[in-house]
Design a protein around this ligand. Structure first.
Ligand code: CA
Ligand code: CA
Length: 440
């Protein structure tokens, strides 16, 4: 180490800083220098120990802090289950995916549910079961038609189209050849020449699928179209199409009313959701609600304030009452929140069915109400519904009378919160139900 190295310089500065050191002392003797060095070494060692202790302290505090933060984050995070879609060819009821909420599933006519009809969100963030799917009810899978009859799938039922000479709903009976039931006679577009072969002394003729062998007035054989729509349109016969049937040469096709589209099975109709995509035409400030066969533009309004009561819109579908003056009992008994809900239902839905659930949401850290009361408080159709408690925290609105569409119903349900039997607040949900003209 040279005399001008940084360590030597620091040492020299420290020596000069010592009390009593004077610039005039030109030189320290060896003993003094060694003593000073030892003192400095001890000083540094002390500093090093305190520094290391400080770091250890800091590390353990940080670890404790980290533990607390991750525990708090785990406790506070609201548990929810993964979002669920409606099964294809079916519907889903329920859109809350929080713990204890239920989601229900149904299938469109002609389909049956495979899997659970409802699932509940568990505290661990999973559903109680797999999402179900809707399977086409294949009526022909049991091969019900005898004697080479052709099975045609209808909605929920089947129909056998029998070969010439056979009749009966399963083609089990012998019959005399005649113009087939439902055949379109006289329209050349609906008849074909048969394929015939001479077998020994007899001629055997056959027709392609969708045609029946028939005799013309002149005694010749002709393949005549089967009018599937007419056959199925008769009283007591199964449906062929969910809505309307159009006969075609050798076949038929199904059509759907305006606002619906035909589904992949060629028979069922599915509502067009006008609220997705560019075609919906709701004016600004309104919300598009999809309905069976159409859509509605809605813009719910909060109640007019009066006296010392006033409401403020906190979201497009929720109003909240401004805080009441201390002495106003009347104000406290008016709804604290008013929320708006819109449901679209098909006509003639099988009842009873739960349409809506209402539950209290307690704020973490604040004790919630210890009892709730539910009831129907308004609307234009209370006789169609009952409101009942489904568990300690939840009430449900149940449709008990079949609704025939098209019509629009309103029902207002109330949830009142009590703490130690003392009224705290009530919440009103205003539910509008659009029932479509059709049962799909
Ligand atoms: Ca036909
Ligand atoms: Ca629609």
């Amino acid at each position: 180490m040279g005399p001008c190295s940084p360590r030597a310089l620091v040492l020299l500065l420290l020596l000069l800083a010592r009390p009593g050191a004077r610039a005039s002392q030109s030189c320290l003797n060896r003993q003094q220098l060694l003593t000073t060095i030892r003192q400095l070494q001890q000083l540094l060692k002390g500093q090093e120990t305190r520094f290391a202790e400080g770091i250890r302290n800091m590390k353990s505090r940080l670890a404790a802090l980290q533990n607390t933060v991750s525990k708090v984050a785990a406790d506070v995070r609201p548990v929810s289950c993964p979002a669920l879609d409606a099964p294809s060819d079916g519907r889903k009821f329920g859109s809350k995916y929080l713990v204890d909420h239920e989601v229900h599933f149904t299938c469109n006519p002609g389909f049956r549910l495979v899997g659970p009809s409802s699932v509940v969100c568990l505290a661990n963030g999973t559903w109680t079961g797999e999402k179900p799917h809707c399977r086409d009810i294949s009526e022909c899978s049991s091969q019900p038609c005898h004697n080479g009859g052709t099975c045609v799938e209808g909605v929920n039922q089947y129909r056998c189209i029998c070969p010439p000479g056979k009749t009966g709903n399963r083609c089990q009976n012998q019959t005399q050849p005649a113009v087939p039931e439902g055949g379109v006679v006289g329209d050349p577009a609906f008849s074909r020449a048969p394929r015939c072969a001479q077998m020994e002394r007899e001629q055997h003729c056959s027709c392609e699928a969708g045609f029946h062998l028939s005799s013309t007035a002149g005694g010749n054989s002709v393949c005549q179209d089967v009018n599937e729509c007419k056959i199925y349109g008769q009283e007591g016969r199964p449906w062929l199409c969910m809505h309307a049937c159009v006969n075609t040469p050798g076949s038929y096709r199904c059509t759907c009313p305006s606002g619906y589209r035909i589904m992949a099975d060629g028979k069922s109709c599915e509502d067009v959701d006008e609220c997705v995509g560019p075609q919906h035409m709701c004016p600004q400030g309104t919300t598009c609600i999809n309905t069976g066969g159409g859509f509605q533009c809605v813009s719910p309004e909060c109640p007019e304030g009066s006296g010392n009561v006033s409401y403020v819109k906190t979201s497009p579908f929720q109003c909240e009452r401004n805080p009441c003056p201390m002495d106003s009992r009347q104000c406290r008994h008016l709804p604290k929140t008013i929320s708006f809900h819109y449901l679209s239902l098909p006509s003639n839905l099988k009842t009873p069915i739960t349409l809506f659930r209402m539950a209290t949401a307690s704020v973490p850290g604040h004790p919630g109400p210890n009892s709730l009361r539910f009831g129907i408080v308004g609307g234009n159709s209370s006789g169609h519904f009952v409101m009942q408690r489904s568990d300690r925290q939840t009430g449900e609105l149940i449709l008990i009378q079949t609704l025939e569409g098209p019509r629009t119903l309103e029902v207002d349900v109330d949830m009142s919160e009590y703490l130690e039997r003392s009224f705290q607040a009530n919440h009103v949900s205003k539910i509008t139900i659009f029932v479509s003209r059709y049962a799909f």
